[in-house]
Design a protein around this ligand. Structure first.
Ligand code: ATP
Length: 357
C-alpha cells in the first residue's frame, strides 16, 4: 500500500493538447479516491500517466517515497482495471487472473495458490474454467479486479469501472466495489464522469476541469460547499440555483428578494459588489403563501422525482428550482415561494466561494 504524490504534472499530447496542466494531487494511503469531471478534462490521462501508460511531459509522480515518473508501467506496482476490462478472450478466468504472476515469472504453484485466493476473494468460485465471453458484465468486472489484485499492487487504478454495466447491475457492482476496497484497503484511484458514482463511493473526490483540479474534498464537502462556480454547477443531480445579486447594507439583493449575507462571508463583501448566490434545490422550503426572504414566482414546471417533486419557479424571468417533499401537491401556473434554509446560502464572488477561512 502506498500514498500518491503528484507535483506539477503536465501532459501535452503530440499535436499540442495540454491534457494535464501543472497538476498537484495527494492521495493518502488506503484512500478510495475519485477523479471526476466532464468529458475531455484529463481524468483518463491522469490515471494512465500514474500507471506509466503515458509519459509525463513535466512534473513528478511518487508512490510512497519512490519517484516512479520515469519507470516502466510493469515496475510501478500498480494494478489497473480498464473500462472495457481488457480480459484475454481465449484464456480461462483462472489463466486471466494468473496472468500478471506469469509475467512476474512466479512458479506454477504460487500462481495457482494466489489465483485461487483471488477467485475466492471476488466470489468467482465455479467460474474458473469459463472464458470471458461466457460471463456476465458484472462477473467480467470481478475477473478484471481479481487480475489487478493478484500481484498485490501498492495502488489500484480503475478507469470508469462501472460504465460497462447496466443500471441495475451498476448499483450492485458499486456496493461490491466499495466493500471490496475497504476490505482489501489498497489505495485506489478511480475515474468517473458520473457524479452519483463518485459521491457514493469515494472517500474524497477531485473535480477536474481542463487539465486542472478545481476542488478536492469529501463527497459532503464538494456537495455542500462547492469552492467555485464550476464545481457548483457540475455537482448535484439537480443543479444548484445560481443567481446573480448585489450586496447592499448587509444583504444580498437577488431575484426580487433580499437575503442576509451568509455568516462566513460577513465582513468579506462590500456594498455594491456583484455576487452570485448559490442554493441547492434540496435546501429550500416551498409554500404557496408569501414568506419574507423567499423567492416569489409562478410555478412553470413540476417534475416527478419519485418520492419528491422538482418545482421550477419563474422568478422575474429567472428559473429557481426547489425539491418539494412527498404529499405536497402543486400545479404549474400556481404562485409559489421558495425559502432558502438558514445557513444554506453560499456566496460566490469572481467565481470563487467567499468564506471566512
Ligand atoms: P472522457 O471522460 O471523455 O474519457 P477524460 O476526462 O478522461 O475524458 P482524457 O481522455 O484524459 O479526458 O483527454 C484529455 C484531453 O486530451 C482531451 O482533449 C483529449 O481529446 C486529449 N487526448 C486524449 N488522448 C489523446 C491522445 N492519445 N492524443 C492526443 N490527444 C489526446
Amino acid at each position: 500500500m502506498a500514498s500518491i504524490t503528484i507535483r506539477e504534472l503536465t501532459k501535452v499530447y503530440p499535436g499540442g493538447v495540454r491534457a494535464l496542466d501543472a497538476l498537484d494531487l495527494d492521495v493518502a494511503m488506503g484512500e478510495f479516491f475519485a477523479l471526476l469531471g466532464p468529458s475531455g478534462c484529463g481524468k483518463t490521462t491522469l490515471l494512465r500517466t500514474v500507471a506509466g501508460l503515458e509519459t509525463a511531459t513535466a512534473g513528478t509522480i511518487a508512490l510512497g517515497d519512490r519517484d516512479v515518473t520515469r519507470l516502466q508501467p510493469g515496475r510501478r506496482d500498480v494494478g489497473m482495471v480498464f473500462q472495457d476490462y481488457a480480459l484475454f478472450p481465449h484464456m480461462t478466468v483462472l489463466d486471466n487472473i494468473a496472468y500478471p504472476l506469469r509475467i512476474k515469472k512466479e512458479s506454477r504453484s504460487v500462481r495457482h495458490a494466489r489465483a485461487a485466493e483471488a477467485v475466492q476473494e471476488l466470489g468467482l468460485k465455479g467460474l474458473e474454467q469459463r472464458r470471458p465471453g461466457e460471463l456476465s458484465g458484472g462477473q467480467q468486472q470481478r475477473v478484471a479486479l481479481a487480475r489487478a489484485v493478484v500481484a498485490n499492487p501498492r495502488i489500484f487504478l480503475l478507469d470508469e469501472p462501472l460504465s460497462n454495466l447496466d443500471a441495475r447491475l451498476r448499483l450492485e457492482a458499486r456496493t461490491f466495489l466499495k466493500e471490496f476496497q475497504h476490505r482489501v484497503g489498497v489505495t485506489t484511484v478511480f475515474v468517473t464522469h458520473d457524479q452519483a458514482e463518485a459521491l457514493a463511493l469515494a472517500d474524497r473526490i477531485a473535480v477536474m476541469e481542463a487539465g486542472r483540479i478545481r476542488q478536492i474534498g469529501t463527497p459532503t464537502e464538494v456537495f455542500r460547499r462547492p469552492a467555485n462556480l464550476f464545481v457548483a454547477s457540475f455537482i448535484g443531480s439537480t443543479p444548484m440555483n445560481l443567481l446573480a445579486g448585489t450586496v447592499q447594507s448587509g444583504t444580498v439583493v437577488v431575484a426580487g428578494t433580499s437575503l442576509p449575507v451568509p455568516d462566513e462571508a460577513r465582513g468579506r463583501v462590500q456594498d455594491g459588489q456583484e455576487v452570485v448566490c448559490g442554493v441547492r434545490p434540496e435546501y429550500m422550503d416551498f409554500g404557496t403563501e408569501p414568506v419574507d426572504g423567499a423567492f416569489a414566482g409562478r410555478v412553470s414546471v413540476v417534475e416527478n422525482l419519485g418520492g419528491s417533486s422538482l418545482v421550477t419557479l419563474d422568478v422575474d424571468g429567472e428559473s429557481v428550482r426547489v425539491v418539494v417533499g412527498e404529499g405536497f401537491e402543486v400545479d404549474s401556473g400556481a404562485e409559489g415561494w421558495a425559502l432558502p434554509r438558514p445557513g444554506r446560502v453560499l456566496l460566490y464572488r469572481d467565481g470563487e466561494l467567499v468564506t471566512g477561512s
